[in-house]
Every structure is written in C-alpha cells, then in structure tokens.
Design a protein around this ligand. Structure first.
Ligand code: ADP
Ligand code: MG
Length: 252
C-alpha cells in the first residue's frame, strides 16, 4: 500500500513558488531519501506532509487519506483540522536541531507525548519510554537532562520521543547535519535499525552512504522539482541529469 503520495503538489510563499508540481510515492515500509541543494524545497515538502505547512495546490495522501488541501477546479477543500491533528499524531518528525525540552530528563521527554496527548497511564508510558530509550542505546541515560547528553545522544532521545507516539511514518529533516562527524554514525545506526523493523521513512539527508545502503528510493530535488528519482545506486552512481551530477560531485 502507498503510505505517502504526492500528487502535483505546489507551494508558494507570497508569490514565490518553491514546490512546482511534486509527484512522488512512498510505499508502506519503504525508506525514501530526499537529496538536493540548499533551498531546493526539501524541508518544505516534508513539512507539508505533517501539515507544518499547507500546500498551495495539489494533494498529499498519507495512508491513503488526504492530509493536504485538494483542488477541485477553483474550490479548495481543506481536510478537517481534527482529522489533521489525529493523522499528524501518527507521524514522527525529527529535525536537525534536537528540540528536546531542556528542563525534562530523557525519560520525561519520551514519556510526555503519550501521557499528555494519548492519555496513556504514567506507569505504562514510563515503561514504554524506558524500552524505547534502550532501543536507541540510552538505557543508562534515562535520568540525564539534554544538556548532560552529547548531540548524538540528544538526537537519539528525539527519535525515541517521536517513536513514543507509535507513528506509522517517520520524517527526518537532516537529522545528522548539526552533529560532530564522530557522532553521525550512532544516529544513522538507530535509523537503519528502524528501517530494518519496517518503518516507513522519508529522510532528507546529505549522507549518501546512508541513502545508498538504506533507501529504497532516492529523489533528487532542485529548484522545487524532483529532477530524478529511483533506485539509490542508479541515482547516486549513474545520475542521468546534469544538475544531479553537479550536486553529487559536491557531496560525494
Ligand atoms: P531546503 O530544505 O531544500 O534547503 P526549503 O524547503 O527550506 O529548502 O526552502 C525552499 C525555498 O523556500 C527557499 O527559497 C526558502 O528560502 C523558501 N522558504 C522556506 N520556508 C519559507 C517561509 N516560511 N517563508 C518564505 N520562504 C520560505
Ligand atoms: Mg532544509
């Protein structure tokens, strides 16, 4: 089943078009990597999926259901806000900046969503949070505050926190770009394990090794369009378009 479908998605910011007709499908259980130069629209596309941005036109289906605006002629139909909130809660998002709550421990950060939003009893939420922290290799850091953790550890807490909401889909926006090089691997390893477990993931990344190894599909974006998309090895090793070649020659 298709987990995410972009159907002719457009987005403009006060007249400047930054997504110019995106058509792209991510199947359930697939990992899709979005690559491309800064300003090409990768973050905007990701943010449209969980409704941090609204599209100007076109449709995004998540789990077969509409998440974005749909255009019928000149009629804009907006998905119901309650529906959007419900569906958004089934998507986890991990940003470049870790966005943890500084006054809460790792455990409290991971428990918070289930307790506050899903009304899970505290004891159950704590048990599940401990399990998730163990899964990301932080069983011995549950009582630490973000400031007492390395960047790589903070990002792993952020992943555990996203997973605490039991998402069907995980969105990653350059999750390792803010990390010191020696800490990148531990975060990518957690993401690889997640992919192996069958999580559907859309990952914006400059880590071509990860894309080649883990992605089922790679899409190269430039200037608000997907220039080419397909098998990771094909796209990364044998790009067809000059723009893709030029970009890859800079990041490889
Ligand atoms: P990428 O993630 O590929 O670097 P972005 O999606 O962040 O690209 O940005 C695409 C374009 O949209 C850029 O030109 C950027 O300046 C513009 N943009 C992004 N967000 C906003 C915003 N909130 N308001 C105005 N312009 C924006
Ligand atoms: Mg970005």
């Amino acid at each position: 089943m298709s987990e995410v479908q972009f159907l002719n998605v457009h987005k403009d910011f006060s007249g400047m078009e930054v997504l110019k007709g995106i058509n792209f499908t991510v199947e359930s259980g697939q990992v899709a990597c979005l690559i491309g130069p800064s300003g090409s629209g990768k973050s905007t596309l990701l943010r449209c999926v969980n409704h941090l941005e609204t599209t100007s036109s076109g449709t995004i289906l998540v789990g077969g259901r509409m998440i974005a605006y749909e255009v019928h002629g000149d009629r804009l139909i907006e998905a119901h806000q309650k529906d959007i909130n419900k569906r958004r809660s089934r998507m986890g998002m991990v940003f470049q900046s870790f966005n943890l709550f500084g006054h809460m421990t790792a455990l409290e950060n991971v428990m918070m969503g289930p307790v506050k939003l899903l009304k899970v009893p505290k004891a159950q939420a704590e048990a599940e949070a401990r399990e998730l922290l163990a899964k990301v290799g932080l069983a011995d850091r549950t009582g630490h505050y973000p400031a007492q953790l390395s960047g790589g550890q903070q990002q792993r807490v952020a992943i555990a926190r996203a997973l605490s909401m039991k998402p069907d889909l995980m969105l990653f926006d350059e999750p390792t770009s803010a990390l010191d090089p020696e800490l990148v691997g531990e975060v990518l390893d957690v993401m690889k394990a997640l992919a192996r477990d069958g999580m559907t993931m859309i990952v914006v990344t400059h880590e071509m090794g990860f894309a080649r190894e883990v992605a089922d599909v790679v899409a190269f974006m430039d200037g608000g369009v997907i220039v080419e998309a397909g098998d990771p090895t094909e796209i990364i090793s044998r790009p067809q378009h000059e723009r893709t070649k030029a970009f890859l020659s800079k990041v490889l």
